[in-house]
Design a protein around this ligand. Structure first.
Ligand SMILES: Nc1nc2c(c(=O)[nH]1)N(C=O)[C@@H](CNc1ccc(C(=O)N[C@@H](CCC(=O)O)C(=O)O)cc1)CN2
Ligand SMILES: Nc1nc2c(ncn2[C@@H]2O[C@H](COP(=O)(O)OP(=O)(O)OP(=O)(O)O)[C@@H](O)[C@H]2O)c(=O)[nH]1
Ligand SMILES: [Mg+2]
Length: 426
């Protein structure tokens, strides 16, 4: 197995940069650069030298095989966060025998292979690194700390119990069965099917937390949409003017709204127009507004956009006197803006309240396979007769599907996809 290295921190100028090396040659690489090794897990300052020349003075951290993030012997160089220091250090490492640059997610892949993490935890870790808001962080951390893994383990144990009970029925088929085990098997299966259904039902919400929401600001020209977007985001994201038809392209601003990842979309004011460019802008506005998760409507409802019950109506430019119904808001003075943000945050939070521990379509698919097998098992169980073997076979299918959740089996094809979404150095 190659020894791999990579910059673990974000590229560019920073206070400190961390370069890590993992694999059997990691300590040798460290010795060549530092002269001597600090004791394991004891941070020590060392001069890093390449061909006799000082690269930097770094904090160096050495991990023993079996007691590191990857499970392999590894080393961290915590250097000054200078792009020049980092490139020189990486260049020095690349010149060493047995070392090569890591691929995206390769350190984590090794942690998986060495059973430091299971697949559900790896997915949680990927989400944790990508988390930009509290809701995303909390959800990711649940997965990373093994919430789904523990559930999968419990479900698996229940299924093994059901299988064992059933086995007893099969073994004693020609004799008197010690006791009728089917009520307990029935109960186990029914409970699991209920749990799986609940988890599957929550996956859409969890996916939404991961991907974020789109909230479109819509209304007629000059309603104050772009001014409102600028106020919401606290910056000059969109051009505003007293000329009707100023905004043409959809302008996106990504924000954290009460812990929820939200992209606000400022759109072209909707009206009948002869102007060809404006009209193209309005087409885009309608499409994006309809595809959005929520709409904030300024002014009239009659926009040629299909509105939904939860869409938020605001009475814009309320500093000029409130006209029409809806939440009074002024992009100019900021009045009503925090109320609008809490309203949006409440609507979205409510929509994802069903999120559970299964957070990905991959999880939903595995649980669906498992659940369908259990439903078949239930049918065979009810049918009585000589169906014990068929019940048992379906239980095996269900267990295998659960095993794929934590990566115990049958996941080689999804690994590439999961790891490629990681950054280099993770
Ligand atoms: N500098 C640095 N910070 C980091 C990481 C890292 O690799 N380096 N991490 C990387 O993602 C995270 C921490 N994760 C880690 C997980 C396990 C071990 C580790 O050495 N585990 C050993 C010993 C545990 C102990 O201290 O008792 C083990 O589990 O046997 C290290 C980091 C976040 N912060
Ligand atoms: N008094 C007051 N004026 C506002 C407010 N919001 C916007 N305006 C003014 O109204 C005019 C239009 O504002 P915009 O934000 O560009 O309007 P829009 O809805 O984006 O218009 P289009 O992009 O043309 O569809 C500008 O002159 C703004 O300064 C507000 O809350 N109060
Ligand atoms: Mg505008």
């Amino acid at each position: 197995m190659d020894t791999i290295y990579a910059l673990a921190t974000a590229p560019g100028r920073a206070g400190v940069a961390v370069v890590r090396v993992s694999g059997s040659e990691a300590w040798a690489a460290c010795r060549r650069l530092c002269g001597s090794l600090p004791g394991p897990r004891r941070a020590a300052i060392r001069p890093l030298r390449d061909a006799g020349e000082l690269i930097d003075e770094a904090l160096v951290l050495v991990f023993e095989a079996g007691a590191s993030f990857t499970g392999e012997a590894s080393v961290e160089f915590q250097t000054h966060g200078s792009p020049a220091v980092v490139s020189r250090l990486l260049a020095a490492l690349s010149g060493m025998d047995g070392l090569r640059a890591a691929e995206a997610g390769e350190f984590t892949r090794r942690a998986l292979e060495n059973e430091r993490l299971d697949l559900a935890q790896v997915e949680g870790l990927a989400d944790l690194i990508d988390a930009e808001t509290e809701a995303q962080r909390q959800q990711a951390l649940q997965g990373f700390t093994g919430a789904l893994s523990r559930k999968a383990e419990d479900w698996r144990a229940s299924l093994l119990r059901a299988a064992a009970l059933l086995e007893a029925t099969i073994d004693f088929a020609d004799e008197e069965v010690p006791e009728d085990v089917s009520p307990e098997v029935h109960e186990i299966l029914a409970d699991l099917v209920t749990s799986f259904r609940t988890e599957i039902a929550g996956v859409g919400a969890a996916e939404q937390i991961r991907h974020g929401f789109e909230v479109a600001i819509v209304g007629p020209p000059n309603a104050g949409k772009s001014t409102l977007l600028n106020r919401l985001s606290g910056r000059d994201a969109a051009i505003t003017s007293e000329i009707a038809g100023t905004t043409r392209d959809v302008i996106e601003v990504r924000m954290d709204v009460g812990g929820m990842p939200v992209t606000f979309l400022d759109t072209a004011g909707m009206r009948e127009t002869e102007d060809e460019i404006e009209s193209l802008g309005i087409d885009r506005a309608r499409k994006r507004a309809e595809a959005a998760d929520l709409r904030i409507i300024l002014g009239e409802d009659d926009l040629g956009v299909e509105l939904r019950e939860e869409d938020v109506r605001v009475a814009a430019k309320c500093d000029l006197g409130v006209v029409g119904s809806g939440l009074p808001v002024s992009g100019e003075t900021g009045e009503g803006v925090s109320e609008l943000l809490s309203l949006v945050s409440d609507v979205l939070a409510d929509r994802v309240s069903g999120a559970g521990t299964a957070t990905r379509l991959r999880h939903a698919e595995a649980l669906k396979v498992s659940s369908e097998a259990l439903e078949l098992a239930q049918e065979w169980l009810y049918s009585g007769g000589d169906s014990a073997e068929l019940v048992a076979e379906n239980l095996r299918v269900a267990i295998r599907a659960l095993d794929s959740l934590v990566g115990r089996i049958g996941v080689e094809d999804v690994l590439g996809e999961i790891f490629s979404s990681f950054c280099i150095g993770k």
